[in-house]
Ligand binder design. Structure first.
Ligand code: NIG
Ligand code: FE
Length: 402
């Protein structure tokens, strides 16, 4: 079955085929005015100007694109969507002045979500991830990564990964997110358990592994040990690094050949230079910095230095209760000084690259998966311009209108 989205005000897409995109090329977007997107089943057949639309025979469903723009389905390459409960009480305390790190040190924060996630059961987790996927999709996300990391015991970690897969997400094992209470602060003993008892099964369910390298979480030696074991088990590597303090995350990610290092709010000039000279993608999470009232990551400096950057929500109940990539594009423009074109490439092609899927996702071009976001605007840059706006008119996922 074919699907024709016709009479679009604009089709906007990162050009070319390669990934990741970096440097001045990050700002290049192909824009076709008065345009169509033609999908054949799950795949894009062609994109072009209405006047070049060939005669189509057979069964073709049509979508009226008048007054709308098409951009590639957005790719959220960093979320923590598998959780039970919420942290609205903690949010209220933080609004009154309590700090995120203090709440964490007092057994709140991540560990309070661990309690709620363990209590949710596998069915509860499946429902939660599906609900969160619906929220993301309403904001234009057609592919999402999600991490475990709120179970921290064997059953709940594996149930989280299964729930993410069941909802069509790309699963990442974040076994080293926090030290669960039963290990009484002994990170090495927890890793002994997690690497022996959880990793072998997690490696069959997940595509990548992630570690929270930070004061109060895991140190650089523990992160190295965990990531080396995960690499040996066949997983791609990610790293939460430089969120509050620089603890050597960037050199470690570069040395181990990680796909990405994510957060970077505390990254200094040397970190920027090291990352720019590497193949590791810097994942920028401005909604998290905003939600915690923390400094923003040095997005402009990273792009200018030639680093490959991606943009993601960090959707989670504690540090970024935000599922909207368009809002992240607005924050990237206003806070990180990224042009809308740079943001679009960062949350499409470069995010797809972090997930190992840039050959099929992130562009509106023949052969790519037919994931299309129709924006309620006649200029695609409203993606960043319309701050918190009701911007997404329709979403096509693998050639279907869900
Ligand atoms: O990416 N920093 C570590 N992990 C998450 C937050 C998790 C939470 O607060 O529940 C993050 O910000
Ligand atoms: Fe995160």
């Amino acid at each position: 079955m074919k699907l024709l989205v016709r009479d679009l005000a604009q089709v906007a897409t990162p050009p070319g085929r390669g990934a990741p995109i970096r440097g001045t090329a990050l700002g290049d977007i192909d824009v076709v005015e008065d345009a169509f997107v033609l999908c054949d089943g799950e795949t894009i057949e062609s994109v072009g100007r209405m006047r070049d639309l060939p005669a189509l025979d057979g069964d073709v469903a049509e979508v009226d694109g008048r007054g709308l723009c098409a951009v590639p389905g957005l790719v959220d390459c960093h979320t923590h969507a598998a959780f039970g409960g919420d942290r609205v009480d903690e949010f209220s305390l933080r609004a009154g002045g309590a700090s995120y790190e203090e709440l964490h040190a007092r057994g709140g924060g991540i560990l309070s979500t661990v309690r709620a996630t363990r209590a949710a059961g596998e069915e509860g987790l499946v429902r939660a991830v599906e609900r969160h996927r619906g929220w993301m999709r309403a904001h234009g996300t057609t592919t999402f990564e999600a991490k475990s990391g709120y179970g921290l015991d064997r059953d709940t970690e594996l149930a989280s990964l299964r729930a993410i897969r069941a909802a069509g997400g790309v699963p990442t094992w974040l076994g080293a997110h926090a030290i669960p209470p039963e290990f009484e602060g002994d990170g090495d003993a927890y890793l002994d358990f997690a690497l022996a008892e959880v990793l072998p099964d997690a490696a069959r369910l997940a595509e990548a592994a992630d570690v929270f390298l930070e004061r109060g979480a895991f140190d650089a030696a523990q992160a190295r040990r965990c990531l080396e074991a995960c690499r040996h088990a066949g997983l791609a590597l990610r790293l939460h690094g430089d969120q509050f303090t620089e603890q050597g995350a960037i050199p470690l990610a570069v040395e181990l050949g990680a796909r990405s290092v994510d957060h970077l709010e505390a990254t200094g000039e040397e970190g920027v230079r090291t990352l720019a000279a590497s193949g590791v993608v810097g994942v920028l999470l401005p909604a998290s910095a905003l939600f915690l009232g923390r400094p923003m990551p040095p997005g402009r400096a990273l792009v200018d230095a030639g680093a490959a950057v991606a943009l993601a929500t960090d959707f989670n109940p504690g540090s970024a209760f935000c599922e909207s990539l368009p809002l992240c594009c607005s924050l990237a423009a206003t806070q990180l000084k990224l042009a809308p074109a740079e943001s679009l490439a960062a949350c499409t092609v470069n995010a797809a690259h972090v997930l190992g899927r840039a050959d099929r996702l992130g562009r509106l071009a023949p052969g790519f998966r037919a994931d299309v976001v129709l924006l309620d605007a006649t200029d695609w840059r409203y993606l960043a311009y319309h701050l918190g706006g009701d911007l997404v008119a329709r979403v096509v996922v693998a050639g279907e209108l869900p």
